[in-house]
Design a protein around this ligand. Structure first.
Ligand SMILES: [Zn+2]
Length: 669
């Protein structure tokens, strides 16, 4: 397929209204193609319609943008010119977000609970500009089918991209209500309460419905446009919002995975790992804007080094970069942007032949798309735990990746599963088997009672009333707890679960409570809550289970911003897994190293997590990495004569990376 070797992609955001005759009046397909060539783009995502709902092709089902009436072939010619230049084209189409449909078909609108019986107003998401229509409305589906049919007849495309497959808010239109009643026998819940089984069922249904809609769109597209690829925007699946319902069900309808996110360098790393892990085909597509901080700053451009860091983070995961620019309302593009893009992309091109192999990831971070909520309103969630652990492991030079209900657990020596809930019960058997077969599992929190029962035979009695608690280590793990000890135990902000039934020999640490709870008037120390009451309530427990080991922490210590808690977490993970890290390096905390195993080599990528306008230059990084072959050469890529001196001790190859400026790729043969 076209996407297999396409790493430089582009999208020109074009959500432009047509009330002013100047809008898009200066649009030029020739300029568009010229800019794509300057920027060295391999694939273009081209707007056939937008959130405004106006079509850029002649339509009988909807309305064409005024600017193209009288020049109906503009986009057809643009698409064929791109393809003639060897640039593959995916068509862009916005679902659910459709102002034209919203205005012309009020009966299709998404209805908020408080608006039932009233005419709903615009503005569910990001202000009041967006008109939302419901994918459970059969007439909207008929309209969508008509529009896809028209696009199929208008132009020949390589792929289609569908945007906005998520619930911007819950819909209580008559179709949603009737469908829910029919499928569950219940009324749609209106109160968001994640401790209520009825609300959880509601969320499962929202995910199922959105997935069904996505798969319907995919099947229809493939039937009407034979041979095209289909991608849905899955950005929301990489975001913490559990109500969006953009999850595995939507992802299942994608040939490859992509979505637009601009959440900083660690966010980029998380997104790349998640997309790579969940995509049916590679490369995944990492989308972000050329504007800083985002498209809302229309005239602001990321510095070349900031842009390069984002591009090379994608390269370090062997993914495709899709750069988003936004058109000027009159239809022009700023050529200077394309010159900068071309320069930055030119630096990537020599590495592209080496985007191969499978990533080596010692630790898998279990990311749940079902437990996206905070059961105790204390801020500790699976999402936070995964994102923070990723940061920690990058800083500690431990190779890691994203896993979950969607992935093969056996790719990792150890798995970290923060704050799972009963919504993840469906995967408990697989996790238990993984440990039984020799894996190491770290899990935190007590909201997945099934796992506590399976592994430790333990039960949850309740939670402490104290909102500051302490973890007091037993002697056996004193080293792992560093300077924390029984008298000065580790501090944690939040309540703790009270878990009973864990065999005492398995307990590595217990809870210590402050002298008083915050709810009491009396206190020991006026500013703080120092530790005062020792308990036998387990805080950390470990158990050999089958051929593997399970370690549990009552508190999500991996989620905190406190480096000492995170150090203890890493120490405990190493203690449980006896982790023989594939990678040993002294790379600074702001450098990520990734590694890929190919048939005949090991590829090592080092990338600076740069957040500065000008990236710093890094002198020596020492790397020692395990190989399962006897190395004959270590070479800086792309293809050069530059051989790197190395040593080999029968197990590990060791060498230095010198003078890193944002990115280096090293090949060990
Ligand atoms: Zn609805």
């Amino acid at each position: 397929m076209w996407y297999e070797k396409s790493y430089r992609r582009h999208l020109l955001d074009m959500h432009i209204d047509d009330w002013d005759p100047a809008f898009l009046s200066e649009f030029s397909g020739e300029e568009y193609v010229k800019n794509l060539k300057i920027a060295k783009i391999q694939s273009a995502m081209i707007y056939l319609q937008s959130h405004v709902g106006l079509c850029n092709y002649p339509t009988k089902t909807g309305k064409m943008h005024n600017a193209f009436i009288g020049r109906e072939d503009t986009f057809k010619e643009l698409i064929s010119s791109c393809r003639a230049e060897g640039i593959s084209v995916t068509g862009y189409y916005s679902l659910i977000y459709n102002n034209w449909a919203y205005d012309n078909h009020p009966e299709w609108r998404i209805v908020k609970a408080e608006d039932v019986g009233k005419a709903p107003e615009r503005g569910a998401f990001r202000g009041s500009r967006y008109g939302l229509v419901c994918p459970n409305n059969p007439d909207y589906l008929k309209f969508t089918e008509g529009q896809i049919r028209e696009m199929a007849e208008y132009a020949e495309l390589d792929g289609m991209f569908y945007d906005m497959l998520f619930w911007p808010h819950m819909c209580y239109c008559s179709h949603c209500c009737a469908r829910y009643l029919k499928e569950t026998g219940e009324e749609l819940p209106t109160v968001e309460d994640w401790s209520d089984e009825k609300w959880l069922l509601h969320m499962r249904k929202r995910r199922e419905w959105m997935g069904e809609f996505a798969n319907w769109v995919t099947d229809l597209t493939k039937a009407l446009m034979p041979g095209v690829s289909v991608e849905h925007n899955v950005a929301f699946s990489a975001l913490p919002d559990g109500k969006s319902a953009n999850a595995e069900e939507v992802i299942s309808a994608c040939d490859y995975v992509g979505g637009d996110l601009d959440r900083g360098v660690y966010g980029y790393s998380f997104t790349c790992k998640f997309y790579r892990s969940i995509s049916k085909n590679q490369p995944f597509e990492h989308m972000f804007t050329r504007c800083a901080p985002g498209l809302s700053a229309h005239t602001q451009i990321k510095s070349p080094d900031i842009m390069k860091s984002a591009f090379f983070l994608t390269a370090a995961h062997h993914g495709a970069t899709l750069l988003i620019d936004a058109i000027d309302p009159v239809g022009t593009m700023d050529e200077r942007v394309y010159r900068q893009l071309g320069e930055v992309f030119s630096e990537l091109i020599p590495y592209e032949p080496y985007y191969k192999g499978e990533p080596i990831e010692d630790v898998g971070l279990y990311y749940s798309l079902k437990s996206k909520f905070d059961p105790h309103s204390e801020g500790y969630t699976n999402y936070l735990g995964v994102v923070k652990t990723l940061e920690t492991l990058i800083e500690k030079n431990i190779l890691c990746g994203i896993t979950g209900g969607f992935a093969d657990l056996y790719r990792h020596k150890a798995i970290v599963a923060p704050c799972l809930t009963s919504e993840d019960d469906y995967d408990t058997e697989r996790l238990v088997k993984y440990v039984r077969d020799g894996g190491t599992l770290y899990f935190s929190g007590a909201d997945n009672k099934k796992m506590l029962k399976e592994f430790f035979g333990a039960l949850v009695e309740g939670r402490t009333k104290e909102t500051v608690v302490y973890v007091s280590p037993k002697t056996v793990v004193q080293d792992e707890f560093e300077y924390f000890n029984e008298k000065y135990p580790m501090n944690f902000r939040g309540t703790a679960p009270i878990v009973r039934g864990i065999d005492e020999v398995d307990v590595l640490a217990t809870l210590t409570l402050p002298y008083t709870a915050r709810s009491e008037e009396r206190f020991a120390s006026i500013h703080s809550d120092p530790p005062g009451i020792k308990t036998d309530i387990p805080a950390v427990a470990i158990k050999k289970f089958g051929k593997g080991t399970v370690i549990w922490s009552a508190l999500s210590i991996e989620s905190t911003d406190l480096y000492d808690c995170r150090n203890v977490f890493v120490n405990l993970l190493k203690y449980a897994s006896r982790l023989d890290s594939t990678l040993v390096s002294d790379a600074a905390e702001d450098i990520e190293i990734t590694a890929f195993k190919t048939e005949s080599s090991l590829l090592v990528n080092a990338v600076l997590m740069n957040r500065r306008e000008t990236a710093r230059r890094v002198e020596d990084i020492n790397v020692s990495i395990k190989t399962d072959f006897v190395p004959t050469s270590v070479k800086i890529l792309p293809e050069s004569e530059e051989k790197v001196p190395f040593s080999y001790d029968g197990k590990r190859v060791s060498f230095s990376i010198k003078g890193l400026k944002i990115f280096k790729m090293i090949e060990i043969k």
